[in-house]
Design a protein around this ligand. Structure first.
Ligand SMILES: Cc1cc2nc3c(=O)[nH]c(=O)nc-3n(C[C@H](O)[C@H](O)[C@H](O)COP(=O)(O)OP(=O)(O)OC[C@H]3O[C@@H](n4cnc5c(N)ncnc54)[C@H](O)[C@@H]3O)c2cc1C
Length: 311
């Protein structure tokens, strides 16, 4: 939804189609979402840092596969159950962003000449080029500069979640990986938020227009409702001259907004609420459950303080 907040009148909701449109190449109609995994769940003994042909800095990790590991992974993709297409979705868009299971189906080598191609990715520890490689790209940078999330490059998929997890955990280095966002490919209209939106959900092209819901690049009911509520509140505050709201960075809504406004525009795809969006804890914590419990406690405490200060 888009909210129009003129200074002189009460805000009104307007259909996205009636608002001043963003440039068409910054509005997407399908997502092609690759899984995102937690940085601290990747086995760094196996995954190695290398950018293809050494270009692109140390933003990439690479999981090397032998021929046998590659074949086992491909078989898992082929055996996986897929989410069916809905009537309103057509398979035409697939050519530009084929799901990995479709590539696997096309032939034994299609994947390793596609997203799993190993050229230019010599393993510095062996000096050899692996049979195939899964590349992981840093998805974010925490306040301390360390990434908390990695994206599997070119790994959009329509596999059901359980089958997706089963296949991904066959990849060397990802045996115990925590999946923060599952892959998907479906119809979805969303803005290139990092170029178009402020953290207040104002449209950069016209700060009197605010966006909420999944058009902002969030995914899911809760995320859509939360951004919709914030956009609505900010529209009213804009119209009444009050300061606009920005929830704390350590809260899930703050984490989502931070991602929407700072992610790489070129690779931007919608995101759901997940722990990887939150800044890492200052202290070392043993165990994922305990880490998540502390992240929730910090988020709730910071959110309450912020909320009580809002006028
Ligand atoms: C099949 C499917 C299953 C899902 N399952 C889950 C789930 O289990 N859990 C979960 O959290 N999320 C799920 N989601 C995602 C979730 O549905 C969305 O993220 C959420 O509904 C988005 O809410 P929204 O209000 O932003 O957008 P929408 O619900 O898409 O609402 C946008 C509204 O705007 C209207 N509209 C569009 N263009 C115009 C126009 N020009 N003029 C007037 N009106 C217009 C549309 O008709 C629609 O009513 C699912 C999505 C799909 C497609």
């Amino acid at each position: 939804a888009a909210f129009l907040a003129p200074q002189t009148a009460a805000p009104q909701t307007v259909a996205p189609g009636n608002a001043k449109p963003p440039p068409s190449n910054l509005l997407y109609f399908y997502d092609a979402i690759s899984p995102i995994v937690a940085a601290d769940s990747i086995d760094r003994e196996v995954a190695y840092e290398a950018a293809r042909y050494g270009v692109g800095g140390a933003d990439y990790l690479n999981c090397p596969l032998t021929r046998e590991e590659y074949q086992r992974f491909r078989e898992a993709l082929l055996a996986g159950e897929r989410y069916p297409l809905h009537d309103f979705e057509s398979a035409n868009y697939f050519e530009g962003c084929l799901p990995i299971e479709e590539l696997a189906e096309r032939g034994e080598d299609t994947l390793r000449f596609g997203p799993m191609r190993p050229v230019g990715l010599r393993d510095p520890r062996t000096g050899r080029r692996p049979f195939a490689v899964v590349q992981l790209r840093q998805e974010n940078r925490g306040p301390d500069g360390r990434p908390t999330m990695y994206n599997l490059v070119g790994f959009q998929t329509r596999l059901r979640r359980a089958d997706q997890a089963r296949a991904l955990r066959l990849i060397p280095g990802l045996g115990r990986v925590e999946i923060l966002r599952y892959g998907s490919v479906h119809q979805n209209t969303f803005l290139t938020a990092p170029l178009l939106l402020e953290a207040t959900l104002q449209f950069r092209g016209d700060p009197g227009i605010l966006f909420g819901g999944q058009i902002t690049g969030v995914e899911g009911y809760l995320e859509s409702a939360a951004t919709g509520l914030l956009a609505g509140l900010n529209a009213v505050r804009l119209a009444t001259g009050a300061a606009l709201l920005r929830p704390p960075r350590t809260s899930m809504l703050g984490g989502l907004l931070h991602y929407l406004t700072t992610a790489s525009p070129a690779a931007f795809q919608p995101i759901n609420a997940n722990f990887g969006l939150l800044p890492v804890l200052p202290q070392a914590v043993r165990g994922r459950q305990e880490r998540n419990r502390l992240l929730v406690a910090r988020a709730q405490a910071d959110f309450r303080i912020w909320q009580s200060a809002v006028r």
